[in-house]
Design a protein around this ligand. Structure first.
Ligand code: NAP
Length: 242
């Protein structure tokens, strides 16, 4: 029986998503990507024998299509995010990340896999741990974040996606297990040493940095390393460069 793992990646044409894609393929993992613009992928990556590309807008796919793409996967990784443009930030779908998260997890539940499928979400340090479980944010920062979510749809969207995982999927779901990875300010650069913590480390007003390559490395570890998965499933690890 083949032990090669299969991952469905959404947001694979983005800055972090592309790094995740490359690192998954380098680890010998079979990858399915759903992308709106396959031409954004580097040609060498697009032609990789372990990659299959579905050209589609994720939110326009039917549940039947999604079910077909998720069936047989060990993990689903979402690196979706609002592109940095006025239209993408302020016009629909304002709930892109939440909608995609909910649909992907609900389809996983419909499949009722024998072994839970891992759902790994690219989140952000601007996301508070649901039910106020982050102990390090003071009242002032919490109020600031509350205002940010009121005026910036992507900030609210990321928070609602995390709330959905925590409150609706829960931590003892038999079919879908999840981790929401919270990087700080994203940087280019290679994989380097990084730190994982359950709680926030730095103030919102003196942010840390996180290489996108490190986010990708950690996401790949969550797929392939069972100890890493057992440590972080059902949690929202904050990842920053060492
Ligand atoms: N910037 C930071 O410092 C920072 C820090 C922490 C966390 N984050 C979070 O990290 C996430 C990813 O960041 P990134 O910079 O890697 O993202 P990015 O480069 O902007 O990539 C976004 C991805 O989402 C896809 N996408 C956007 N709108 C879509 C839509 N309406 N339908 C389907 N797909 C859509 C894009 O597809 P196309 O290529 O087709 O447009 C792309 O693949 C974001 O949620 C962001 O909030 C960012």
């Amino acid at each position: 029986m083949s032990t090669q793992q299969t991952v469905l990646l959404v947001g694979g044409s983005g800055r972090t998503g592309m790094r995740v894609l490359e690192q998954l393929l380098n680890r010998g993992i079979r990858v399915r990507v759903i992308v709106r613009s396959p031409q954004k992928l580097p040609i060498s990556t697009a032609k990789h024998p372990n990659l299959s590309i579905v050209e589609a807008n994720l939110l326009s796919l039917s549940d039947e299509d999604l079910l077909r793409h998720i069936s047989g996967c060990d993990a689903v990784i979402s690196c979706l995010g609002h592109n940095i443009s006025f239209n993408s930030i302020f016009f629909p779908p304002r709930d892109l990340v939440q909608q995609a998260t909910a649909r992907l997890c609900r389809v996983i539940e419909t499949i009722r896999p024998e072994k839970p499928i891992k759902f790994i979400l690219m989140s952000s340090v601007s996301v508070n741990h649901p039910r106020d479980l982050d102990t390090r944010r003071g009242k002032f920062e919490k109020t600031f974040l509350w205002m940010l979510r009121a005026v910036l749809p992507p900030a609210k969207d990321n928070q609602q996606a995390a709330n959905f995982l925590f409150d609706k999927i829960g931590t003892d779901n038999a079919f879908a297990q999840w981790t929401a990875v919270r990087p700080d300010t994203l940087l280019k650069g290679d994989v380097s040493e990084y730190i994982l913590q359950e709680n926030f480390v730095s103030s919102l007003f003196a942010p840390d940095n996180t290489n996108m390559a490190n986010v990708a490395h950690f996401m790949c570890e969550l797929v392939t390393n069972s100890e890493a998965w057992d440590r972080w499933k059902g949690k929202l690890p904050v990842i920053t460069n060492a």
